[in-house]
Design a protein around this ligand. Structure first.
Ligand code: G6P
Length: 564
């Protein structure tokens, strides 16, 4: 249960555990582990499997929660991913007399294993015979009565084996395992692992294979709240360190060849990572003149643009199904591929030709913060390297500027935002994606409707929505677009919308025309992007707290979305 709590960020609409006690013992429940009102779960045995769910097939309820059992209640499984051909398999199994209890795609797997067990009598071969029938993605754990083996299998969904002393573990990532061991093996697609307390054996195509044992340098402290009320605030405060560590790790020497002087770049990503991609595009084109495009990974597979050159997949988790699929598609088009991720051993590392790691450490809160800043550190270092180190000094000190904004008093913007019906965020150039990210943070954790817009676009429609209940947050920095931004702000004011502006601390003009002014201490290339982002994260965070939201686990979301 302690381990599952650490994985709750992957899904938290229900949870369940099964152990090998006197027979298979199961407990499962709708809702979050932290909110579980029942008595402590008392199951027996020393071997068990557990799961937290993010519903795909079947509503979140006790029955659809994993583990799922076969007809005879002798086999239990948990599953991440999706079995795409489950409807057909289910029909066949029902016609052969199997009784289904849930609406999940997962349940077909345990019934097929049941049939195969009846044929071979051996758990390992029953699982191995089952896997070729499954289309889709899975990380599976299986236990069966009368056995001391736990079987783990992966294809397209992450699975890590933790190597302990007289105990072994299998989990979606290392966070629940760190308490017990730092030694890990990352399974490859097609691997089937057999775990006992004493040993781990791995098979690929029924043949034994070995996978390297890696040491994970994330500390246990990193996955605890450390006195902060929420992981999100802790992670926001860890951003100076995350930026600093990443800038130092990505040097001119460690930059892979494929990213040096590409003719063109296509970025594929989702969610916040898509926004870092957009910021990168602005920086890359402006500083290096390299034509760049940014595509939603979810669109790229089905409507691939005529791509050539380098395709970069940005994904903090390294597991987002859409981004993995897009990178595979890029390879079909003979493009070279680079992944940028935070998670060593994640699926994206196996797909991309080359991987660059950011150094954010584990991020638990669903809303991306320090991983976002660390992604920017990687991308800014790429631009810096292409500019012959022109920004070396700025990047090696930028973490201090981030530190300076952490303690800013944001009570006024928060008081305005928390009563808003809707909030618009506007900016120009790289501050346009900054505004997209600010709005995304606000909507996902506060549940207030928020939209980011390129500042010039607001007049083409959204103006109709302006009112005293729709504040606009304008990111208005000195430079070429300053004058036109000020005009945009005046247009907003003339239509009754309260304006919060984020700008340079020396800006007298803005202070006079806007309702609330948030002064940023330092105006340097790159730094303004980072500090304005952090201010927007903090405004979203404090607004969500003021509204009593569940900041770390907002409703309906998951941190790592491993389905398309
Ligand atoms: C989920 C998360 C977002 C994240 C997106 C992409 O939707 O809730 O915060 O930005 O996935 O995640 P990735 O791991 O690929 O960066």
């Amino acid at each position: 249960m302690e381990g599952l709590k650490k994985l709750e960020y992957r899904g938290y609409d229900s949870f369940g555990v099964a152990t090998l006690g006197s027979g298979i013992e199961v407990a499962k429940n709708q809702g979050r582990i932290s909110e579980y009102a029942g008595a402590a779960i008392k199951l027996h045995g020393k071997i068990g499997i557990g799961h937290t769910r993010w519903a795909t097939h079947g509503v979140p309820n006790d029955t659809n929660a994993h583990p799922h059992l076969d007809c005879a209640n002798k086999i239990a499984i948990v599953h991440n991913g999706i079995i795409e051909n489950f409807a057909e398999l289910r029909r066949d199994l029902i016609s052969r007399g199997h009784i289904f209890r849930s609406d999940t795609d997962t349940e077909v797997v345990v019934h097929i294993i049941e049939e195969n067990m009846a044929k071979s009598g051996d758990l390992l071969s029953a699982v191995q015979d089952t896997l070729p029938l499954l289309k889709g993605s899975y990380a599976l754990l299986v236990i069966v009565c009368g056995e001391t083996r736990l079987i783990a299998a992966r294809s397209g969904s992450p699975l890590v084996i933790g190597i302990g002393d007289g105990e072994n573990f299998a989990a979606s990532d290392m966070t629940p395992v760190l308490e017990h061991t730092e030694r890990a093996m990352f399974l490859e697609d097609g691997d089937v692992a057999v775990l006992t307390p004493e040993k781990v054996e791995i098979f690929q195509n029924q043949q034994p294979v070995s996978r390297p044992v890696e040491l994970i340098d994330w500390s246990l402290e990193d996955v605890k709240k450390g006195g902060f009320p929420h992981y999100m605030l802790k992670e926001i405060y860890e951003q100076p360190q995350a930026f600093f560590n990443t800038v130092r790790a990505i040097t001119h020497d460690t930059l892979p060849k494929i990213i040096q002087h590409p003719k063109s770049v296509t970025i594929v990503a989702c969610g916040s990572s898509y926004h870092t991609g957009l910021i990168f595009k602005y920086l890359l084109e402006e500083s290096l003149g390299i034509p760049s495009r940014v595509e939603f990974a979810s669109e790229f597979k089905y409507f691939p643009p005529p791509v050539q050159g380098l395709v970069i997949g940005i994904t903090q988790s390294g597991e987002t199904a859409d981004t993995l699929t897009a990178l595979k598609q890029a390879k079909i088009h003979n493009c070279r591929t680079l992944a940028i991720t935070n998670v060593l051993g994640s699926s994206v590392c196996r797909i991309a030709d080359t991987t660059l790691f950011m150094r954010a450490g584990p991020e638990i809160s669903v809303a991306a913060t320090k991983s976002f800043i660390a992604q920017l550190a990687v991308l800014m270092q790429i631009v810096n390297a292409g500019s012959q180190g022109k920004y070396d000094n700025i990047l090696s000190h930028a973490h201090q500027a981030i530190e300076d904004v952490l303690l800013m008093d944001l009570a006024k913007p928060v008081a305005l935002c928390k009563n808003a019906k809707s909030i618009f965020y506007i900016g120009r150039g790289p501050f346009y994606p900054v505004s997209l990210e600010g709005a995304l943070k606000m909507k996902e954790i506060s549940y207030i409707h928020a939209e980011g817009y390129a500042a010039g676009e607001l007049k083409h429609g959204p103006f109709a929505l302006l009112s005293p209940e729709t504040p606009v947050i304008a990111i208005c920095m000195p430079g070429e677009t300053y004058g036109v931004m000020v005009s945009n702000i005046k247009e907003l004011k003339a239509r009754g919308a309260p304006v919060i502006a984020i700008g340079s601390a020396n800006d007298r003009e803005l202070t006079e025309i806007v309702d609330i002014f948030v002064p940023l201490p330092e105006m340097k290339p790159f730094v303004q992007i980072l500090t304005s982002l952090v201010v927007l994260q903090l405004i979203a965070y404090y607004t969500a707290v003021a509204l009593g939201r569940d900041v770390d686990k907002p409703r309906n979301l998951a941190k790592s979305v491993t389905v398309e």
